[in-house]
Design a protein around this ligand. Structure first.
Ligand code: GLA
Length: 521
């Protein structure tokens, strides 16, 4: 054989071995969805449907929940996307364009977005792929895909859930793909959430279409948390673990943790399952009326850390015995592993977990971090034994070191810079955005994407885990009018070297009065 053929053959063999190893991990971690850097960890936020249904969804409610999300500490824990579900109540005007319902949202849907952005949160909206939404109270996007996606971009949505009601005769994959193209054409990077309840098996094709897809029917009727149904949903979603990864997630629906009817142990178990499944963490409870226990569960950074892990692996059941499940397969960014022991039985369970059960060497001596008790023990040789209360969990991390760092958890003071200048004299104005991580490590400097308009420049400075993006606007040569830029910054997690979700924010500039020059954008 010639030297070059031997070389090509060895490259091929190396590739096949690598491909085989990647399959053996059972995960596809490459980024499939559009190269907009969105949702590289599961989206976190709040949607009204589980608690409220359609009524009352209005500006007052959404703003109250926004304020509660901030004051309760959920924002600091990484919850970001928030807005109306069905209850958004837009209508289609004679021109075909969607219009806000000003009785329900007196400021209009665009200004509601500004309110949310100014609080350092992201704007989530809702529509349907069919002729109407599920209640038939609102128009769906069918045959209006491009103009509707343009409307969502104009309202400055950052996240869009697209329901699947009233879609007779439509093909799921084709419809959602058409809407993806329409979203791209609208030009604003928007997390795209497919909601066909598993119809059309989106886990088989939607990684290149959307960022998340519902895998099952609704988790509950509005206001009526249903533990048994939630467990059926978790069981169905668990089987699909190979389909999840950065930018493309299985979505077992919004959370019911903290709703009436669930015990503290059930809330803890529910949250642990959603964290272990790398499921989107969209809270569904009334954030204005949370008990201390609910807040403590929903803001447990150690549990959130495994959900927001940059490797984006969905854990799954590796051993089942009676009513006890052992979930593993979730390697984390620092080389540790997440481990969940879930006791669905009515009595306490005594459980032995051997390291070999979770794919580790039997001889390993490992430290164990309990993510609910916030305690580390070990090193434990061979495995551990623990007692788990009924309906409760042990959520653990195991590692050769006892460090257990948290991955990046990003919190911003605002996602909107709004500047105003008199047009008569040229001047420089600045507005800042401060972004911090509540993870363990300082981040490299955020890198602002080139291509900003000529009137805007952005400088990034660091102060420990916080970084400030200083936006300097030069009004020289700008005439009266409104100017807008969407700034994108990128970063990587310094421990795993994985790309982090891109950071986007809006800069608005209003030039009042007369100035020389031409409007540019
Ligand atoms: C569907 C979705 C729910 C909610 C309702 C609104 O049932 O699955 O999450 O959006 O529609 O009607």
């Amino acid at each position: 054989m010639r030297k070059s053929s031997i070389f090509i053959l060895s490259v091929l063999i190396a590739f096949l071995i690598f491909a085989q190893q990647s399959r053996a991990h059972g995960q596809t971690n490459e980024i499939h969805a559009a190269d907009n850097g969105l949702a590289l960890t599961p989206p976190m936020g709040w949607y009204p449907w589980n608690e409220f249904g359609q009524e009352p969804q209005n500006e007052k409610l959404i703003k109250e929940i926004v304020d509660a999300l901030v004051s309760s500490g959920l924002k600091e824990a990484g919850y970001t996307y928030i807005g109306p579900d069905e209850g958004i109540c837009f209508s289609r005007g004679a021109s075909g364009k969607l219009a806000s319902n000003l009785a329900r949202y007196p400021s209009g849907l665009r200004r509601l977005g500004d309110y949310i952005h100014a609080k350092g949160l992201k704007y989530a909206l809702y529509t349907d792929a069919g002729t109407h939404t599920c209640s038939k109270a609102m128009p769906g996007t069918k045959d209006h895909e491009y103009e509707d996606m343009a409307a969502f971009a104009e309202w400055r949505a950052d996240y869009l859930k697209v329901d699947w009601c009233n879609t007779q005769g439509l093909n799921v994959a084709e419809s959602y793909t058409k809407l993806r193209d329409a979203l791209r054409a609208a030009g604003r990077p928007i997390v795209y959430s497919l909601c066909s309840w598993g119809e059309g098996e989106p886990w088989k094709w939607a990684a290149g279409v959307g960022n998340l897809w519902r895998t099952t029917g609704d988790i509950c009727a509005p206001g009526r948390a249903d533990w048994n149904n939630a467990m059926k949903i978790a069981a169905a979603n668990e089987k699909l673990y190979e389909a999840a990864g950065p930018g493309h997630w299985n979505d077992p629906d919004m959370m019911i943790a903290g709703m009436a009817g669930l015990s503290e142990a059930q809330n803890r178990s529910f949250f642990s399952l959603w964290c272990m499944m790398a499921a989107p963490l969209m809270a569904g409870n009334d954030l204005r009326k949370m008990t201390a226990s609910t807040i403590q569960i929903l803001t447990n950074l150690e549990a959130i850390g495994i959900n927001q892990d940059p490797l984006g692996i969905q854990g799954h059941i590796v051993r089942r015995g009676g009513k006890v499940e052992i979930w593993a397969g979730k390697r984390l960014f620092d080389g540790s592993q997440a481990l969940l022991v879930f006791n669905q039985g009515p009595a306490p369970a005594q459980v032995q977990v051997a390291w070999s059960d979770i794919g580790l060497a039997e001889s390993a001596a490992l430290y164990v971090r309990d993510l609910w008790k916030h305690q580390t023990s070990g090193p434990h040789g061979g495995g551990i034994s623990l007692t788990v209360a009924p309906n409760d969990v042990a959520l653990l991390r195991v590692a050769t070191s006892n460090a257990f760092p948290l991955p990046p958890i990003i919190v911003a003071d605002s996602y909107l810079v709004s500047l105003r200048a008199a047009g008569s004299t040229a001047q420089n104005l600045t507005g800042t955005i401060t972004v911090k991580t509540n993870g363990s490590h300082e981040l490299p400097l955020w890198k602002v994407r080139p291509g900003l308009p000529s009137w805007l420049s952005v400088a990034v400075t660091r102060n420990g885990k916080a970084q400030t993006l200083t936006n300097t606007v030069s009004t020289a040569g700008l005439k009266k009018g409104l100017y807008h830029a969407l700034v994108r910054a990128d970063n990587i997690d310094p421990v795993s070297g994985r790309p982090m979700s891109a950071l986007y924010y809006d800069v608005d500039l209003e030039i009042m009065g007369n100035a020389r020059g031409r409007a540019r954008n």
